[in-house]
Design a protein around this ligand. Structure first.
Ligand code: SF4
Ligand code: MG
Length: 326
């Protein structure tokens, strides 16, 4: 099917040396979920903000629904908003504490002139609340009267109220208790199915990614290191960084348990991006060429690309990694 979002070589720099996003390209098809993963500081939230037009691009191009949205004014963005919504991590700070639940969930429709009066607003508010397992009796309540999970449901149905084509979700379940995460993820999936929405889903949590993604893109220091269909990514990651990230995820089945690959060195800083392969100071596989020559993101299989001079499937590389590290 067609792409709803095309991101072409986008960059965001601050000052002369801080490269938060350093040449990122990907696309998302209609109804698809692309998970963008990586450690904090890797630039994934900045990508989310660039796509939403909340931060200005330094370079590159973003196409949404076949229109260039790279440099829109706030007013132009408002009309795009109808089809391009967001859910953020923190439902506490993203909901206005003075508004009632009914006003919160219907506000986007009011802004876009889709509700004609208070009576209709009341009816629609009840329907929206029911769609996320709340009910009409919550209409008059304020955010502080809801639990964290309920608040995130308000944020989610507010984002879905206009049936957008794409939702950018930045860590939407990370602030929630582990016990209710899958409930909220199921709500996100059910609404996606019903409305035909695509997700750019930002997360650092691999179990969450495994639950929700169709494809996975891994970021490190502002660049994509690997992008692959979900099953490929989890079964056969080709980039040493992806392999290290996945080795840290506890496996349910003991036979599948892998040795954890511990990465040496400091957490990365986007103000001091290493030469050559930016992962080389921490990579157990690094060779001389890695210090001088940046590996391009290149195809290693169907819909699968990795940015590593020695990209290879897990079983071979893992033995070397394990030998080098443990
Ligand atoms: Fe490691 Fe070299 Fe591959 Fe970079 S290019 S990930 S340093 S092996
Ligand atoms: Mg973040």
């Amino acid at each position: 099917s067609a792409s709803i979002l095309k991101v072409e070589n986008i960059a965001k720099t601050y000052g002369s040396s801080l490269r938060a996003v350093d040449g990122v390209s990907f696309d998302i098809k209609e109804r698809e979920t692309l998970a963008l993963v990586g450690e904090s500081g890797c630039g994934k939230s900045t990508v989310a903000r660039l796509v939403l037009g909340l931060t200005k691009l330094t370079a590159g191009r973003i196409e949404f629904d076949q229109a260039n949205i790279s440099q829109l004014s706030q007013r132009q963005l408002r009309s795009v908003r109808r089809e391009l919504q967001f859910v953020f991590q923190d439902p506490y700070s993203s909901l206005d504490p003075r508004m009632t639940a009914g006003s919160i969930v219907t506000e986007p429709m009011v802004v876009h002139g889709m509700i004609s009066g208070p009576k209709q607003r009341q009816t629609i508010a009840g329907q929206l609340l029911e769609a996320v397992g709340l009910s009409a009796r919550h209409i008059g309540q304020r955010p502080r009267q809801f639990s964290g999970g309920q608040r995130q449901r308000l944020g989610i149905i507010r984002a879905f109220a206009l049936s957008p084509k794409l939702i950018v979700a930045d860590e939407p379940v990370s602030a929630l208790d582990v016990s209710i995460r899958s409930q909220v993820l199921n709500i996100l999936q059910d609404l996606q199915e019903e409305k035909g929405t695509a997700y750019l889903f930002i997360s650092h949590d691999m179990p969450t990614v495994r639950h929700i993604a169709d494809r996975v893109a891994v970021m490190y220091l502002g660049k994509i290191m690997e992008i692959a269909p979900k099953a490929k990514f989890f079964q056969e990651p080709h980039h040493p960084y992806s392999q290290a990230l996945l080795s840290a995820v506890p496996a349910a089945h003991p036979a599948r348990r892998k040795k954890r690959i511990l990465l040496p060195g400091d957490p990365p800083s986007p103000a001091a991006v290493p030469a050559g392969c930016r992962f080389h100071p921490r990579c157990p596989m690094a060779k001389d060429i890695c210090k001088t020559t940046e590996p391009p993101l290149q195809s290693v299989g169907d819909g699968h690309s990795a940015a590593c001079h020695f990209a290879g499937p897990w079983p071979i590389k893992f033995k070397e990694l394990a030998g080098a590290m443990l």
